[in-house]
Structures are given as C-alpha cells and as structure tokens.
Write a protein that binds this ligand. Structure first.
Ligand code: PNW
Length: 440
C-alpha cells in the first residue's frame, strides 16, 4: 500500500466490516427465518437461488475470524446483530442461544483489543414480522425499538459504537421500489411507507438506547454520487432527483428534520398519515455519522412514470460489480456531508471496498486491485481531512468473501478469501499489504 498508519492522525480508527446474514449461517443456533430466506428461496430473485443458510459458518468460526481482524492490526470490527437470531418471531420469546452468541462474540473482540461497532439491522427482518407488512407497517418502529432495548440491555455496556440501521436506502428503495432485495416489491405506496418507517425506526432505536444511558450512537447511510449524463437541464434535473431519493432523503430526515422536495414530488401522495409529525423522533441527536461509499451513477432522464431517471453506462473502469471506481465521490460526500448536514459531528467511513475476481495461485490469493482501490479511497479521505472534515475512521467492506445478497457467493468483497466448499479462509495479498501498512 502507498499509505501507512502514520499518514493519519493519532487515534484514527481502522476497521473491517461484515453483517450477520452474510457470514453467520442462518440455519445455525436456533435463529428464526428472515425475509431474506423467503426472498432467496423464491426462484428468480437470487443468482443460483443461493441463501445465507450456511454462508461462511462464522457462527462456529468466529474466533478464527476475529483472530484475522486482530492479526491485521485493525482497531475495530463492525458487525451486525441478527434480529431473528435473538427473537426468532421478531418479538416474544428470546432465543437465549442467540443472545449468548453475541455476548461471546463481543467478549472475544474485547479480549483481542478490538472495538465492537454494532449495527442492529443489516436486513434480517424476521419472517413473522415481514408477514405483518414489515417496513410497510408503522408498528415496525416499536418492534425494532423493543428489540433494540432487549439487546442493548444485555450488551450495551461493552459497545464502542452502535448504529440502528444499515443503509436505509437499501432497506426502503432498493427493496420496495426496485425489488432487488427482500421483500422484492415494486410498489410506490410500499416504498413511501418504507422510506418513512425506516427513519422512524432509526430515531426510535436511538431514543431507546439513550434511555439506557448509552453513548456513541450514530447512523449509517449509503451514499452514491449522482453525475448527470450531459450538460442538459433535463439530465441535471434527473441527477438531482436521484440524489434526493438516494442520499438527501435520509441525511435530510436525520439531520434537518425534512425530506427533500425533489423526492417528495413523487412520494408525498403515498406517504403514511401524520408523517410530518414524526421528525421529533427521526432527528434524535446522533454522536457520529457513518458513510458507506462504493460508487457513482451516471444518470439520464427517462420517459415513463416518476422518478423519470435512468442510469447509463459510465466511462470509468469498473469493479466486478460493474460499479465505476470513483474515489472523488467519497471526497465530495465527506465535504458535502460536513458542510450541509453534520458540521463538527465525527464522520466515519463505515464501508468501502470492491468485488473482484481474485487469482488463486496455491497458497496465494492475488488481488492487487483491492490494494489500489483502498489506497485511492484513503487518498480521498486524507484530502477531505486536510480541508477540515472531522473524519475519525475508515472501515473496509469486507473482512471475508461472503453472501453478496441477490448476487449470491460469486461477488467477492473480502480481504480474506473463503472457499465455500471447505470454508477455509486464506488472507489475500491485500490483507497482507494492509497489515503491513497498519503496523508501519
Ligand atoms: C452494501 N446498490 O450494500 C451493504 O451494506 C453490504 O451488505 C453489501 O455486501 C455491500 O454494500 C456490497 O454490495 C449495498 O444496489 C447493496 O446500490 C446494493 C447497493 C448498495 C449497497
């Protein structure tokens, strides 16, 4: 790597991120079903119909995985707590084995000197609650609040940081408008409800954790830079609308107590009654803001129904996800977020990384593109910090190759290669490069 730890301020946090459904193995330890099991088992939704039933078997191999985090010289581990593992029906009876698992997992982090950074919802909606409407049902905010209180009542004293919900855009828009993630809906009314209820659930969970006396609470938002396809006012407008739906809805909700007009123009007629009265909860004060950044989209106007915007092929080199590599977008988001939304609030990059087709040569897994990608994005971070942005840490998605949702096990984001037949872990060359940089 071009970077080393000493290029960053004292105390800057380096971490690796994962999520429960993508690595643990949903079939182990008495976990309940989630809407991802239902979605993945429905033909046509996921490549080869793959599910997270076994995934990386992290449920049984977590000690080995945390050894890898620690041996890399990383400071923090971002993980998620699986709602259906703790509450198989989403509410009611607790699966003690599930709660015990997270208890052991967190102690294992602390034993290795790693800071536990938890997410409470990385998309494991229990099927029993999905059947009641999931994110479309306003009650989801209280169900999620109750789950949060239960889990943090047991584990809250050992957390470094907590965020309620990973990537509200994916939870709401990608899953209810585009239909690419569970529950796989393509329905504007469901979308408007999910867009609002996900923010209400976020604020409710923050309030419940404050009531327990917890601190260092944040939000994790995925941001995607929106570039107009050309200079025409129509393309500029299309990009601005995309930006409003994808980015500004959630940032505006959490930090300004308002949704952007360009998104409301299509969603307002479908919003649940009384939505304007919920901002007192939605803007519950946060201690930090997390940004997950991967790429940008190039956008053109589109005929047909609102939002009249479509992504078009961009000119930049792409990752194995077909996502353009655009580190300038990370710099732009860090500066814009601080300037327009968060001011002096600490920012973290909570996910950044790429899927690649890595090359196996015996014991070596070669992924020079990952090292290059991380360096380019660390450059973007340093530029933003030099301009005064209070960025406090950077986390890589992901520690392990894992279940990449609708794309199954083919898209590999890990610093560590996983053989999905033997489940053997092999650190890639990027892992070794990072480890050297962090120790140097
Ligand atoms: C994030 N999109 O998801 C998630 O937090 C991870 O669980 C996931 O593995 C990672 O990024 C890589 O995909 C996203 O379609 C999934 O724009 C899809 C999109 C964005 C983020």
């Amino acid at each position: 790597m071009r970077h080393k730890r000493s290029d960053f301020p004292e105390g800057f946090l380096f971490g690796a991120a994962t999520s429960s459904y993508q690595i643990e193995g949903q079939s182990f330890g008495g976990a309940g079903r989630t809407h991802w099991d239902d979605f993945a088992e429905t033909p046509g939704n996921v490549v080869r119909g793959e599910t997270g039933a076994r995934a990386c078997d992290h449920y049984h191999r977590y000690a080995e995985d945390l050894d890898l985090v620690a041996a890399a010289g990383l400071d923090a581990y971002r993980f998620s707590i699986n709602w259906a593992r703790v509450l198989p029906e989403g509410r009611g009876p607790v699966n003690a084995e599930g709660l015990d698992f997270y208890d052991r997992l967190i102690d294992a982090m602390l034993e290795r000197g790693l800071k536990p950074c938890a997410t409470l919802y990385h998309w494991e909606m229990p099927s029993a609650l999905a059947d009641l409407g999931g994110w479309r049902n306003r009650d989801v905010a209280q169900w999620f609040g109750d789950f949060t209180e239960l889990v943090m009542g047991r584990l809250g004293d050992r957390m470094f940081s907590v965020a309620p919900i990973n990537e509200p855009w994916c939870v709401a828009w990608l899953s209810h408008f585009e239909g690419h993630h569970a529950p796989g809906l393509r329905d504007i009314r469901a979308t408007a409800r999910a867009m609002h209820h996900v923010m209400l659930a976020h604020g409710t969970a923050i309030q419940r954790m404050r009531a327990l006396g917890m601190g260092n609470l944040g939000g994790v938002f995925n941001l995607e830079w929106a570039s107009p396809a050309d200079d025409s006012p129509e393309a500029q407008q299309a990009a601005a609308r995309y930006d409003a739906i994808y980015n500004r809805w959630f940032m505006g909700g959490a930090f300004k107590g308002a949704y952007p007009a360009l998104a409301l123009e299509g969603l307002e007629p479908h919003m649940p009654a009384g939505w304007q009265d919920d901002f007192g909860t939605i803007t519950a004060p946060l201690d930090w803001c997390g940004i997950n950044y991967y790429t940008r989209k190039v956008l053109a106007p589109a005929p047909g129904p609102w939002p009249h915007v479509q992504p078009v092929e961009g000119p930049l080199p792409k990752t194995f996800m077909d996502w353009e590599i655009y580190p300038d977008g990370l710099h732009a988001f860090l500066t814009r977020t601080a300037r327009e939304y968060t001011g002096d609030l600490p920012l973290y990059v909570t996910e950044n990384g790429l899927a690649s087709q890595d090359e196996l040569h015996g014991e070596t897994v070669d992924d020079p593109w990952r090292t290059e990608f991380l360096d380019a994005h660390l450059d973007a971070c340093r530029r933003a910090m030099a301009e005064g942005v209070p960025l406090k840490g950077y986390m890589i998605w992901s520690l392990l190759d894992n279940y990449e949702w609708a794309l199954g096990y083919e898209k590999r984001f890990g610093l560590v290669h996983v053989d999905f037949d033997t489940l053997e872990r092999k650190p890639k060359t990027s892992y070794h490069a990072l480890s050297k940089a962090l120790k140097g």
